[in-house]
Design a protein around this ligand. Structure first.
Ligand code: ZN
Ligand code: ZN
Length: 79
């Protein structure tokens, strides 16, 4: 079976926390993924010869639960 590279295009409606005051908003985009709900960090990949290479991976944004909405609980809630 051939492994296919999945190109993420989907975005979750809600992060899964209920109730979530962040998911109730639509006007603030996650500043970590800029509202795309996905991020592409670079992961270190050790090569056999000792050289550290970097690979790019696609992951659902953990900071917003894949919703693309700002979810920072440290920020005071805007009125
Ligand atoms: Zn949420
Ligand atoms: Zn995000």
């Amino acid at each position: 079976m051939r492994r296919q590279r999945v190109v993420p295009v989907t975005r979750r409606e809600r992060c899964g926390n209920e109730p979530c005051r962040w998911c109730d908003r639509n006007d603030v985009s996650c500043r970590f993924c800029a509202g795309s709900a996905w991020w592409r960090p670079e992961m270190p990949q050790p090569e056999p010869d000792g050289v550290i290479g970097w690979i790019r991976v696609d992951e659902p944004c953990r900071m917003c639960g894949g919703t693309g909405k700002e979810h920072d609980p440290l920020k005071p809630q805007p009125a």
